[in-house]
Design a protein around this ligand. Structure first.
Ligand SMILES: Nc1ncnc2c1ncn2[C@@H]1O[C@H](COP(=O)(O)OP(=O)(O)OP(=O)(O)O)[C@@H](O)[C@H]1O
Ligand SMILES: [Mg+2]
Length: 359
């Protein structure tokens, strides 16, 4: 799929932006604070119904406005036009797909898969395990049907068990959800495991290209000991769970451990290397998604030129050009990015929140 048309209203400093990107590469240039990241953020927001920069919707709505709006016409992989739209005020969220109200965020996300790489992306390596779970689950969600429902069931049972633990209910009450947790946990674990197995060849090929002298391992840890079935472990640890007031083990505690030459990538490589590695993690995911489903996704790459040295930049651009994803890049100056690898390209320029076509 790709975006055919985008209308943005009152999204950060973008008061009124209408544009028609091409299916290949779209380069958005402009000075600092012109609105480049905001434009990518608006596309991401339409897909994820959250931002990659903030958790507060008030940050996203233009300061002098009541609500933001992002509307898109998407050309789907089954060759039809799909209108998607979001309207968000400080109090209310409305999401529509095909002129129908969408009740679950997952329904818009699944129709419009978007991957973003931006200056804070390195936090995927340095940040908390939840960021790496989110990374892994993007892929599981888009590739394995049934994951979303299993995860919803697991989350519901987990929050009920945690509420029981916190309110100091008796043992018999606290274990009521253990079977449901056990069943959904083993399903989630199986899906994550098989997804990561499928992802590894894509990841290792890219890693070999960019880090030929290093051994990079991405190891999945399921969130509880391999020695136990989850329900048995929950019984064994019940006393401690009750003391702590929450469930210590399960897929909500899963982790992706990223190691470079045996050392944690959090401390063992430079910030620049972390940025490259995160870009590779996301690109591998996009490649695997496209090849395993036969669908396409949209890639957003913010500030590519500012983030990478010229050698890495060229290599990343050639990987991007080899992918069949619609791409949105930002740069301060157009000559920072060599678009010669793309037959289909368009350039845009943003100035104080207003966009104009260059080519
Ligand atoms: N809610 C908001 N309402 C109005 N303007 C906002 C809002 N949130 C942020 N801005 C402003 O939007 C402008 C554009 O920010 P953005 O991060 O998109 O710029 P940019 O072009 O990516 O800049 P840089 O090159 O520095 O990364 C900034 O001046 C910022 O202060
Ligand atoms: Mg920016």
């Amino acid at each position: 799929m790709h975006l055919m048309q985008l209308q943005i209203r009152n999204f950060r400093n973008l008061r009124e932006v209408d544009f028609e990107p091409v299916e290949g590469v779209n380069l958005i240039t402009g000075k600092n604070a012109s609105g480049k990241t905001s434009l990518l953020e608006a596309i991401y927001y339409l897909s994820h119904v959250r931002s990659f920069r903030t958790q507060h919707v008030t940050d996203l709505i233009h300061r002098n406005s009541e609500q933001l709006q992002v509307f898109a016409r998407v050309f789907t992989d089954s060759n039809h036009e799909l209108p998607l739209g979001i309207r968000r005020s400080r109090k209310k969220l409305e999401v529509r797909a095909n002129r129908q109200t969408v009740r679950r965020v997952a329904d818009i996300t699944s129709q419009f898969p978007v991957q973003a790489i931006h200056p804070d992306s390195y936090k995927l390596i340095t940040g908390s395990p939840s960021q790496r779970r989110q990374y892994m689950d993007w892929g599981v969600f888009h590739v394995e049907h049934g994951f979303f429902q299993a995860w919803q069931r697991y989350k519901k049972a987990l929050s009920q068990r945690n509420a029981a633990l916190k309110s100091k209910q008796n043992d018999a009450f606290c274990v009521l959800w253990d079977n449901e947790l056990g069943q959904t946990a083993s399903y989630i674990d199986d899906m994550r495991k098989s997804y990561l197995l499928a992802l590894q060849p894509y990841l290792q090929t890219l890693i070999h290209l960019f880090f030929p002298d290093y051994e990079v391992a991405v190891v999945y840890k399921r969130g509880w000991s391999d020695e136990y079935e989850l329900p048995d472990l929950l019984i064994k640890e019940l006393k401690k769970d009750r003391f702590k007031g929450f469930t210590q083990y399960g897929p909500h505690r899963a982790e992706l451990s990223i190691r470079v030459d045996g050392q944690s990538a959090q401390t063992g490589i430079s910030r620049g290397q972390q940025k490259v590695l995160v870009a590779l993690l996301r690109l591998a995911q996009a490649q695997q998604f496209m090849e395993s489903t036969g669908r396409h996704c949209v890639l957003l790459y913010d500030d590519l030129a500012a983030e990478l040295d010229s050698q890495h930049r060229e290599k990343i651009l050639s990987v991007l050009a080899g992918m069949k994803a619609q791409l949105f890049l930002t740069a301060i100056e157009p000559d920072q990015i060599d678009l010669s690898n793309w037959p289909l390209k368009k350039m845009f320029h943003v100035e104080q929140g207003w966009l104009k076509d260059l080519i």
